[in-house]
Write a protein that binds this ligand. Structure first.
Ligand code: MTE
Length: 306
């Protein structure tokens, strides 16, 4: 007997993707495959489509997802996409450091040979209460952990973004303790949803979206997902992160999405979809509770949602 069980990520029927958009998405994913086959992206040619985590929402128009950005190294407004074109992205090295067997620097190209590249459509929710749904290309953070080989005592993974004063005018602002640093626990990093992104919409990741390598933790507010990552390190103590250092009461370490826990400046009850401007209710864990809520069962005393 087929029993329909509503899973954590499933959104109300009214928010489900209408058929023409689904069809469009299939065509789009065909395009993704074609683009990859043509070697269009910094990812491997055989990216598989991972549909384990259905987005349940229409894909955001590419134009909107690539021209409305947060990338403070290039400026504080949303239209930094032109300024970001000055970022040099090839060749790109990533430093693996801290509590690992062999601290070293790796070319991104070499790393990509050691991981399975996939396409995944994820919802992305900014703490400023806007959201988008994006077809990403990348590989699981878990597979990067296998390459890095952290020691058994490592408890946190720290992501450091590029800080290049010559091309990043935002670095002149002394308000921010650059570089942009974010972090998560080893348990979170090992969750299959945690995704290292190298492309979107079947193309190389645009510079404004964090080329050539960014993180995406879809159950957390977007600021947890650093862009243009140059260093990944492992530690046994909870690291300080950039936003937390500036405003600890506004930007906590956990920052999991929760409609019932308002940010001091933004209600989190609903979110505005880029593209249509439609306002829809926010779902706890950004709808990914089925896969992530269990990780926090023993952390009830922590401020999990700010
Ligand atoms: N990473 C860096 N290095 N610098 C940033 O300013 N902004 C964060 C996150 N990663 C940011 C960053 C925030 S607040 C959000 S919402 C997302 O990137 C935005 O990603 P997008 O521009 O691709 O939508």
């Amino acid at each position: 007997m087929f029993i329909h069980r509503r899973r954590g990520w499933e959104l109300p029927e009214s928010l489900a993707t209408p058929e023409p958009i689904m069809l469009g998405r299939r065509a789009l994913m065909g395009g993704v495959a074609a683009g990859l086959a043509a070697g269009a992206t910094a990812s491997k040619a055989e990216a598989e489509t991972n549909s384990r985590y259905p987005a349940g929402r229409p894909v955001t128009p590419e134009q909107d997802a690539t021209t409305y950005n947060n990338f403070y190294e290039f400026g504080e407004d949303k239209s930094i996409w032109r300024a970001a074109q000055r970022l040099p992205v090839a060749p790109w090295q990533i430093e693996l450091a801290g509590m690992i067997d062999k601290p070293r620097k790796m070319d991104l190209a070499d790393l990509l040979k050691q991981v399975q590249v996939e396409d995944r459509v994820y919802r992305h929710r900014c703490v400023e209460a806007w959201a988008m749904t994006v077809p990403w290309t990348g590989f699981s953070l878990a597979s990067l952990l296998k390459v890095a080989q952290p020691t058994a005592s490592a408890k946190y993974v720290v992501f450091e973004s590029a800080a290049l004063p010559k091309v990043m005018p935002g670095l002149r602002s002394s308000l921010y303790p650059w570089p942009y640093v974010e972090a998560c626990t080893m348990q979170e990093a090992g969750n299959d949803l945690a995704f290292m992104v190298t492309g979107m919409y079947g193309k190389d990741l645009p510079k404004q979206n964090g080329a050539p390598l960014r993180l995406h933790l879809p159950w957390k507010y977007g600021f947890k997902s650093g862009k243009s990552i140059v260093k990944i390190s492992f530690t046994d103590t909870q690291p300080e992160t950039m936003w937390h250092a500036i405003q600890p009461e506004e930007y906590g370490f956990w920052a999991n999405v929760n409609p019932d826990v308002p940010h001091p400046r933004w209600s989190q009850a609903s979110e505005r979809l880029l593209g249509t401007g439609e306002r829809v209710p926010t779902v706890i864990w950004n709808g990914y509770g089925e896969w992530v809520a269990g990780m926090y069962a023993d952390k009830k005393n922590e401020k999990l949602f700010t």
